[in-house]
Design a protein around this ligand. Structure first.
Ligand code: TXA
Ligand code: MG
Length: 355
C-alpha cells in the first residue's frame, strides 16, 4: 500500500490535507496523527472493519482495546451508557488533555473497538491537528499509539514512518509531540475511580478533583502469572528496546560507579553499550568510561517533563545504533515521575537493581 505522508504545522493547519484525512477515516481507512501525548493510529471508532485494520497494521493482539478520541464533550454521550459524577468532575478539570476515561459502552460502539469488553475508553485530546481531524472525519476516532506492537510509542513523525509506512493510508507529521508519554487512564465505572495507567495527569491532580482514587495493582509491580490488569495493554511487554536493559536505583554517585563498572565490562567484551542518565549526572560519567559507550541524558531532573519527552525517542535511537546493553538510572517517582518510571520499568522488563 502507498502511504500518503504529509507535514502539517500546528500553527497553520493545511485544511485540504485534513479534509483528505477525514475522508479516509470516513471511508474506513487508517490515518496516523499527532496528539499532545504520542502519535495515534486512527480509524473510525464505530466501524469494526477499521478496528480490525488497526490491529493488523500494528501487529497488536485484538484483545487489547482501543481509545476512542473525540473533539468535543457532546461526542461522549452517544458512546457511553452513563456519565458518572466523578467523570464530569475529571472532564471539567482535564479535558481536553492527556486523560482517558473508561465508561460502560453504548450499543453503537462495536466490540471490535473495545477488544470484546463492555467498556469503552474515551479521550478528548488537546492537539489542534487531532481535533481538526476528528471534526473532518465526523466520527470519533479509535486510536492506539502509532507504533508497531511492542515498540516504544512514537513521539516524532519519523517514528511513525519507520513503523507504519506502507501499512496504512496516511501519516500526518506535525513534528515532536509536546509530552511524550501516553495519557493517564482512569476507570470511572468504579467508585472511587481507579488509575489504570499513570501519565501527565498525576495521582495528586486526580485525587485533588475526586477526593479518593484507587490504583490498579498492575502499575505498582510485575503482574503475577495469570493476573489480569484492568487495562489489558498493561500486561504486554511494552516500550521495549531490542537491548538488554537494566535500571539501577540508589545514591546517584554509587549508581553511576556501578553503571560505569558494568558498562565498561560489556564494552570490553565488544558489546555495543549505552547509558541513560540526566543532565545533572553527566559529569559522573566523564571519567573512567570506555570511549565507545553512548551516554545519553534524557533531560533535566528539575524539569521531569523534559525527561518524559525524550524517553521513547532515546530507546528508539539505541535500537537504531544497534546497542545491545543499556544501563539506566532510576528517576524520582514523584508526580509525573511515576509515569516515567512505569514506562522505564516496563521497557526494562522489571529489571531494577538496588545499589
Ligand atoms: O495518549 C494516549 O492514550 C495515546 C494517544 C494516541 O491518545 N493512545 C494510547 O493508546 O496510548 P494505546 O492503545 O497504546 O493504549 C491504550 C491503553 C491500553 O493499555 C488498553 O489496554 C487500555 O488503554 N484500554 C483501552 N480501552 C480500555 C477499556 N475499555 N478498559 C480498560 N483498558 C482499556
Ligand atoms: Mg501503545
Amino acid at each position: 500500500m502507498d502511504t500518503i505522508i504529509v507535514k502539517i504545522s500546528e500553527d497553520n493547519i493545511d485544511k485540504k490535507a485534513i479534509a483528505t484525512a477525514g475522508e479516509i477515516i470516513r471511508s474506513g481507512g487508517l490515518v496516523a496523527f499527532p496528539t499532545e501525548t504520542v502519535y495515534g493510529l486512527g480509524g473510525d471508532a464505530l466501524n469494526e472493519r477499521a478496528a480490525e485494520k488497526i490491529y493488523k497494521a500494528k501487529g497488536r493482539p485484538s484483545d487489547n482495546p482501543l481509545i476512542a478520541h473525540i473533539s468535543n464533550r457532546e461526542m461522549l454521550k452517544p458512546l457511553v451508557k452513563s456519565i458518572p459524577k466523578n467523570a464530569e468532575k475529571l472532564m471539567d478539570a482535564f479535558w481536553p488533555g492527556p486523560l482517558t476515561m473508561i465508561f460502560e459502552k453504548s450499543d453503537i460502539v462495536p466490540k471490535g473497538t473495545t477488544g470484546g469488553l463492555d467498556t469503552v475508553a474515551v479521550r478528548f485530546p488537546n492537539h489542534p491537528v487531532a481535533q481538526r481531524l476528528i471534526e473532518a472525519a465526523g466520527t470519533s476516532i479509535a486510536a492506539p499509539s502509532a507504533n508497531l506492537s511492542g515498540k516504544p510509542s512514537p513521539t516524532l513523525g519519523e517514528h511513525v514512518v519507520e513503523d507504519l509506512n506502507g501499512r496504512i493510508d496516511m501519516i500526518i507529521d506535525s513534528g515532536m509531540v509536546g509530552m511524550g508519554l501516553e495519557s493517564t487512564i482512569i476507570d470511572v465505572t468504579v467508585d472511587p475511580p481507579m488509575i489504570l495507567r499513570p501519565g501527565f495527569i498525576t495521582y495528586e491532580m486526580a485525587k485533588g478533583v475526586v477526593g479518593e482514587i484507587g490504583i490498579d495493582q498492575a502499575i505498582l509491580s510485575k503482574p503475577k502469572e495469570g493476573f489480569k490488569p484492568k487495562a489489558p495493554g498493561m500486561k504486554y511487554r511494552h516500550y521495549a528496546p531490542a537491548a538488554d536493559f537494566s535500571i539501577y536505583k540508589g545514591d546517584a554517585k554509587k549508581v553511576a560507579a556501578r553503571i560505569v563498572e558494568l558498562a565498561n565490562d560489556k564494552a570490553d567484551k565488544g558489546f555495543k553499550t549505552g547509558i541513560i542518565t540526566a543532565d545533572q549526572h553527566l559529569k559522573l560519567y566523564q571519567e573512567k568510561l570506555s570511549e565507545e559507550i553512548e551516554v545519553v541524558s534524557l533531560g533535566d531532573l528539575n524539569k521531569p517533563e523534559t525527561i518524559a519527552n525524550h524517553l521513547f525517542k532515546s530507546l528508539r535511537d539505541f535500537d537504531k545504533d544497534g546497542v545491545e546493553f543499556i544501563f539506566g538510572e532510576a528517576f524520582s517517582q514523584d508526580n509525573i515521575g511515576w509515569a516515567i518510571m512505569n514506562r522505564l520499568t516496563k521497557a526494562a522488563g522489571y529489571n531494577i537493581i538496588d545499589v
